[in-house]
Design a protein around this ligand. Structure first.
Ligand SMILES: Nc1ncnc2c1ncn2[C@@H]1O[C@H](COP(=O)(O)OP(=O)(O)OP(=O)(O)O)[C@@H](O)[C@H]1O
Ligand SMILES: [Mg+2]
Length: 283
């Protein structure tokens, strides 16, 4: 049985204008120790998919099964604003390990905040931290509860390119420092980021009724460095496959759409820069 199993999941939301069909018959099986990324356009239903995987919302049909304890890193950090970095992490430790005394919970929180380079900012509240630092707290919080499954919703999406690169490397380090295989499902809009971190990439088609495309494996040894990927033929081929699926689907969908084609021009071909490959928000 898959460690993360999403079977025939569909989800719609009721809005003032009627039902909004977001996801349609989504299937995904992630094996233990695998790192899988879902890439897709803004608004296609990526966060909805992650919330379904985390059990935060229920599917209309189909089912979701997890084989272990999961921690979620949300798209917008979602730290508790009136608590310090240390308390934000310790509270997560407490909810996972309620039998531990306060001292042990604090030690655990400090250990993971140290790992993300925030040992000197333990007492700062989220409003006193930069975006990158907040995201570090969110990552420390996820790891401190020692999850078997990590569910990551664009964990670096709000960061500048440099901070993003540093935190990606930290995530790689923390996954290997965990001493056991961490199973991860990451949502991203950056094909490059998906190639850097994942064993497999699964594209999500556009809204409405988005569904997952075929799995594209990343045939490169891990851990990977961004600079190695720039000229690696396998990395370039992988990127081309993902982008071609998304743009190809877009073209065929555009032909069918009564309103005519929507712009897919911002989706570049393989080999473009990190910034160019990141899929832009749908206007
Ligand atoms: N609770 C809700 N009620 C109504 N509509 C919703 C709700 N949650 C999400 N949606 C709609 O579902 C669609 C998908 O939203 P979702 O947040 O999953 O997209 P996303 O792919 O994560 O986008 P982004 O890349 O911008 O984060 C959007 O049209 C959104 O407006
Ligand atoms: Mg989202």
């Amino acid at each position: 049985m898959a460690y993360i199993g999403i079977e025939q999941v569909s989800k719609s939301f009721q809005t003032e204008k009627g039902a909004r069909h977001v996801l349609d018959a989504v299937n995904l099986a992630v094996e233990e120790g695998e790192f899988v990324s879902v890439v897709g356009y803004s608004g296609s239903g990526k966060s909805t998919l992650l919330a379904l995987a985390a059990g935060l919302i229920a599917p209309d049909s189909g089912r979701v099964r997890l084989g272990g304890r999961a921690s979620v890193v949300f798209q917008n950090y979602s730290l508790l604003p009136w608590f310090s970095a240390l308390e934000n992490v310790r509270l997560a430790v407490e909810s996972e390990f309620p039998g531990w005394d306060l001292k042990r919970q604090k030690e655990q929180a400090i250990r993971f905040l140290d790992m993300v380079g925030l040992g000197a900012a333990l007492e700062k509240r989220p409003s006193q931290l930069s975006g990158g630092m907040r995201q570090r707290v969110a990552i420390a919080r996820a790891f401190a509860s020692e999850p078997q499954i990590l569910l990551l919703d664009e964990p670096f999406g709000a960061l500048d390119a440099l901070s993003r690169g540093n935190l990606q490397q930290e995530l790689i380090r923390m996954c290997s420092a965990a001493g056991r295989a961490v199973t991860a499902l990451m949502i991203t809009n950056s094909v490059e980021e998906a190639i850097l971190l994942s064993d497999r990439i699964v594209p999500l088609t556009r809204a409405p009724r988005a569904t997952l495309g075929p799995s594209i494996s990343v045939p490169l040894p891990k851990p990977r460095k961004p600079e190695q990927l720039l000229h690696d033929p396998d990395a370039i081929r992988t990127q081309a496959k993902v982008v071609e699926f998304l743009t190809g689907f877009e073209h065929s969908a555009a032909v069918r759409a009564p309103g005519g084609p929507r712009s897919a021009a911002f989706l570049p071909s393989a080999g473009h820069s990190r910034e160019a490959v990141r899929m832009e928000a749908e206007s």
